[in-house]
Design a binder for this molecule. Structure first.
Ligand code: ADP
Ligand code: MG
Length: 717
């Protein structure tokens, strides 16, 4: 799956660098800043303002940051392997004599260079090479290369190895430590970063980094960090690659602890804040529920009660509501809104796209206007008089429910008596937006309900969001017929088009989703336009609509309205329809090139159908070069409709991921831990964190400062 949760790391954006500096200043002695670990990176040799800026992009502002910027991978260049001993998929350093370098004209032109030592020979293969490069590979020259061995046309081969021609008689020295690889950014090479880190170690010395937690190892933090940056050649590389070296585990635990501490502290802070106690009341909820054409699922009832109870408290609610696509989250939101409205307060409902805002607005108007509730809406593209009118309805309070995109955050939006903020499809929002909406309430802090269809396993959610309460709608409304998914190759497109025709002729509706590799709205829009035109030529008597991100809001709106009304039979769309759009009569969806999307996104898209009472189908129309992995991923879509299961499968298929690399940590950027991989450590970490916060607040503070001090979520509260 793509990121389970968005990763937000804008610690260098201007507006909080000031916060960063004050936080540091408040909690650390001047000494640490002039001599200690909190000296800026600019004290290092060779770090000018440009390099400092680039380092800041990586979150590396101080010497301490550099030391805690641990490698995510290691390679072993400390020993030379005999060529005769190599196996496929070994990553190795070899040394030998060149015996032939020829350009081969196969399917793709390549340069093949044979290298031999006493034990055997192997070919190096280059698809990109220059004439000069070929010239230099003279027979008899000694060459040292590093790369991954793969099975190739000539037997074992190394594609595009790093290499070095060895001239003269002096033997070239080998690396003395394992070679680390770091996350880096444009303009900072690996050796450069390595050099800076080595410099930071030298400059700081052993005393600079005290251990904060008791350690079982008899080494200092400084030594352990040094080991992890420059592991001696006899270090256990397997353990290091798996993130399981004892030194790594110690740091991981410490970081997870700091992270939990910061979340617990946030929760405590929240519990001291004032919100609006909105009394539980059923006088308006009951008739509303009875007016619906269906009954609530048990899960909807349960979470509604949880929310209702929270809203009645005078401390602000912070609740994450999870439910698979189609689980009926909107209705739960509506019930929460009613409680606020009944207490004569305002509600803001925020959605990530204009289309969704549109849909929510239609639904809420339909549900609430008969009850005499005023509804306003804001979208980014609203202009002039219309916008002013909405703004004044919000400010003077005649609008009780306000629906909008992030436009709700803008400074000129002021609420009269906002008491509840509902955020739909939270995975699209950053924390910063979440927090700024919170400030819209005047005297007290509004309650917040955050809804998401992105499946996050419960344990992970409880760790990543330990500051939030958590509810799940784990049941779909009755009568839903599972969506049947088929996987079809591009060459059978005409058959698929025929199928659309028949479905539409039977009074049903269909989506055709175009995907592009580039995240470009313009290109996606063009691709969708072409497809729509083609389909219209092939299906002249169908009403075909087109919707993409480049349309004006009013255009999008009228097309969506026509689709909802059934006037459009086939809707060609880009992935803008991804989240939340709901048309019960649409029972067929074709997704072109589904292999370009993550499983979670496919699942979201597919959730647009299967909302009515007829059997729905999803056709995954893949392109020409479907990889094995791609095929397995699509098969997973066929095998299950369960979003949580799909999330797990995606994880399995992606494999263990890059060591210390897949940091899907949601809204903080972890340095060494990986919430996914290290999840098993959480129960004990959580317990220890609670005890530590009670027993030793100053130590907790130091830990938070060291590991998460500058994260925006914590810096701003
Ligand atoms: P999501 O959780 O994906 O946001 P929605 O709130 O859009 O789902 O609901 C999907 C559809 O299910 C809507 O048409 C909604 O009216 C309908 N629905 C919601 N609750 C129920 C229910 N208890 N029984 C039947 N249909 C329901
Ligand atoms: Mg929804």
């Amino acid at each position: 799956m793509p990121k389970l949760l968005p990763r937000v790391r804008n610690i260098n954006s201007d507006h909080h660098s000031s916060i960063v500096m004050t936080t540091i200043a408040n909690h650390n002695t001047a000494d640490q800043q002039t001599q200690g670990s909190l000296q800026p990176v600019s004290v290092l040799k060779g770090v000018g303002s440009q390099l400092a800026e680039r380092l800041a992009k990586l979150g590396l502002l101080t010497l301490q940051d550099l030391l805690f910027h641990l490698p995510h991978r290691y390679v072993d260049k400390t020993r030379i392997s005999p060529i005769g001993s190599l196996n496929a998929f070994n990553t190795v350093l070899i040394e030998g004599e060149i015996c032939g370098a020829d350009v081969i004209y196969g399917r793709r032109r390549s340069l093949l260079c044979r290298v031999q030592d006493q034990s055997g020979s192997i070919c190096l293969r280059f698809y990109h090479f220059s004439g000069a490069q070929k010239q230099a590979l003279v027979n008899g020259t000694m060459i040292r290369c590093f790369g991954e061995v793969r099975p190739g046309a000539s037997g074992l081969e190394i594609y595009h190895p790093e290499y070095q021609l060895l001239s003269g008689d002096q033997p070239q020295a080998l690396e003395q430590t394992l070679t680390p690889t770091y996350f880096t950014t444009e303009g900072i090479s690996q050796p450069r970063l390595r050099g800076l880190i080595a410099q930071a170690f030298t400059r700081l010395g052993d005393k600079a980094l005290p251990d904060l937690l008791p350690q079982s190892e008899h080494t200092s933090l400084y030594e352990r960090l040094q080991f992890l940056h420059f592991p001696p050649k006899e270090a256990d590389i397997e353990a290091l690659l798996a993130g399981e070296h004892p030194y790594q585990l110690g740091l991981i635990t410490e970081e997870l602890m700091a992270y939990q501490l910061s979340l617990l502290r946030l929760r405590l802070q929240r519990q001291r804040q004032q919100s609006f106690a909105l009394p539980v009341e059923n006088a308006s909820k009951q008739p509303f529920i009875e007016s619906l054409p269906f009954t609530l699922t048990r899960a909807q009832q349960r979470v509604s009660e949880e929310i209702s109870h929270d809203l009645a408290q005078s401390t602000p609610m912070m609740r994450l509501l999870q439910g698979d696509v189609g689980a009926g989250k909107t209705l739960v939101a509506a019930l929460a809104a009613l409680q606020a409205v009944a207490a004569d307060r305002q509600v803001a409902l925020m959605a990530p796209t204009d289309i969704l805002v549109e849909q929510h607005r239609n639904r809420f108007c339909h549900w609430f206007e008969p009850l005499g509730i005023g509804i306003a809406w804001l979208s980014g593209k609203q202009k002039g008089a219309e916008r002013r009118q909405q703004l004044s309805a919000i400010a003077e309070g005649s609008a009780q429910v306000v629906i909008g995109t992030h436009a709700l955050f803008q400074n000129n939006v002021s609420f009269d008596r906002l008491a509840l903020v509902i955020i739909d499809e939270q995975h699209r929002f950053g924390v910063h937006q979440r927090l700024s909406l919170r400030n819209k309430g005047t005297l007290a802090i509004p309650h917040q309900l955050i809804m998401t269809a992105t499946p996050i396993p419960r344990t992970l959610a409880m760790s990543a969001y330990a500051d939030l309460d958590y509810s799940v709608i784990d049941e779909l409304p009755a009568g839903r017929i599972p969506i049947e998914t088929v996987i079809i190759g591009r060459q059978r497109r005409p058959k698929v088009i025929e199928r659309i025709y028949h479905a539409c002729k039977q009074g049903r509706q269909a989506y055709w989703v175009c995907t592009l590799i580039e995240q470009s709205e313009t290109l996606s829009a063009e691709a969708a336009e072409d497809t729509a035109q083609q389909l219209q030529e092939q299906l002249p008597d169908l009403a075909i609509g087109l919707v993409h991100g480049r349309l004006k809001p009013s255009e999008k709106e009228s097309i969506m309205a026509a689709f909802v009304a059934g006037d459009i039979q086939l809707l060609v769309a880009t992935t803008v329809i991804e989240v939340g759009v709901d048309v019960a009569n649409a029972s067929l969806m074709v997704i072109e090139n589904p292999e370009r999307l993550g499983l979670a996104q496919l699942h979201q898209l597919r959730g647009r159908v299967g909302r009515g009472t007829v059997a729905s189908h999803c056709v995954l129309l893949y392109g020409d070069n479907l990889s094995q992995q791609g095929r397995r991923r699509l098969n997973a879509m066929r095998e299950t409709n369960d979003g949580f299961r799909i999330a797990e499968i995606d994880l399995e298929l992606r494999g263990p991921g890059e060591v210390l690399g897949t940091r899907q940590t949601g809204e903080v950027s972890l340095k060494v831990a990986d919430l996914q991989r290290d999840l098993h450590l959480m129960p004990s970490v959580q317990q220890q964190a609670k005890a530590l916060l009670m027993d030793s607040p100053p130590l907790a503070e130091q830990l938070i400062q060291r590991w998460v001090g500058r994260d925006e979520r914590f810096a701003q509260v």
